[in-house]
Design a protein around this ligand. Structure first.
Ligand SMILES: NC(=O)c1ccc[n+]([C@@H]2O[C@H](COP(=O)([O-])OP(=O)(O)OC[C@H]3O[C@@H](n4cnc5c(N)ncnc54)[C@H](O)[C@@H]3O)[C@@H](O)[C@H]2O)c1
Length: 201
């Protein structure tokens, strides 16, 4: 059981956060809208995904899932922080990383204990190092952190099913131990049972 902060409550963040809570982890989801956070506590979803409302309600009631707009509260005791914010396409079709940057800066300012920062948003190659630099520059406390890439492949319309039945989980990091800590979250899903393939430099 891990303590997790999930930044972003869209298709990826809310589904991943709620499903990780359903696997027994303690998850706090952060977003910028107080109204969205309060609605989620009441079981009102910002998006429609089959099965999602039930998973959110069940885990909120069980105390494994919560919602906040405060980085301090969300990072609190977290061991892992997932960045699952939107990366809209820019004018040339490239991913606009301004929300990822905002999330990384806020995590850096709020963190006061070692963290594994997991990037779930769809981002270009090299973004792991870029996020690590942002966190290094903005952190207030002298705490260690690692960055892990864990891109998402769920499909809108079957996102909960896809999370619970992955045909692959992709992880990348310069820190093998951090990548393995993230891999452990997915072990109950029996993806590639007994045959984890970990690639590292
Ligand atoms: N939707 C999909 O099917 C899908 C599949 C695979 C990967 N992805 C990728 O996952 C990422 C998230 O996609 P999505 O569909 O969940 O997006 P979304 O627009 O549904 O949700 C994004 C969430 O991020 C929040 N957010 C934005 N900026 C923030 C900030 N600075 N701080 C805190 N919260 C912030 C928004 O409020 C929203 O809750 C994107 O990079 C996307 O390309 C999406």
């Amino acid at each position: 059981m891990k303590t997790i902060c999930m930044i972003g409550v869209g298709y990826v963040g809310l589904v991943t956060g709620a499903c990780l809570a359903d696997l027994g982890n303690h998850v706090v989801c952060l977003n910028r809208s107080k109204e969205k956070a309060e609605n989620l506590k009441k079981g009102i979803m910002p998006i429609y995904e089959p099965g999602l409302e039930e998973v959110v309600r069940r885990n909120y009631k069980a105390g494994r899932l919560d919602f906040t707009t405060s980085y301090q509260d969300a990072i609190g005791e977290a061991e892992l922080v997932f960045i699952a914010v939107g990366t809209p396409s820019g004018v040339d079709g490239e991913a606009d990383l301004k929300h990822v940057q905002d999330a990384a800066e806020n995590v850096a300012r709020a963190m006061d204990h070692p963290l594994i920062i997991v990037n779930k948003s769809t981002v270009p190659i090299g973004t792991g190092d870029w996020v690590a630099n942002i966190v290094e520059k903005n952190k207030n406390a002298d705490v260690a952190f690692s960055v892990v890439s864990n891109p998402e492949f769920l499909r809108e319309g079957s996102a909960v099913y896809d999370f619970m039945n992955p045909d692959r989980v992709v992880l990348g990091s310069l820190d093998r131990q951090a990548a393995e800590a993230v891999a452990q979250l997915y072990f109950p899903l029996q993806c590639l049972p007994g045959h984890p393939h970990l690639f590292h430099q």
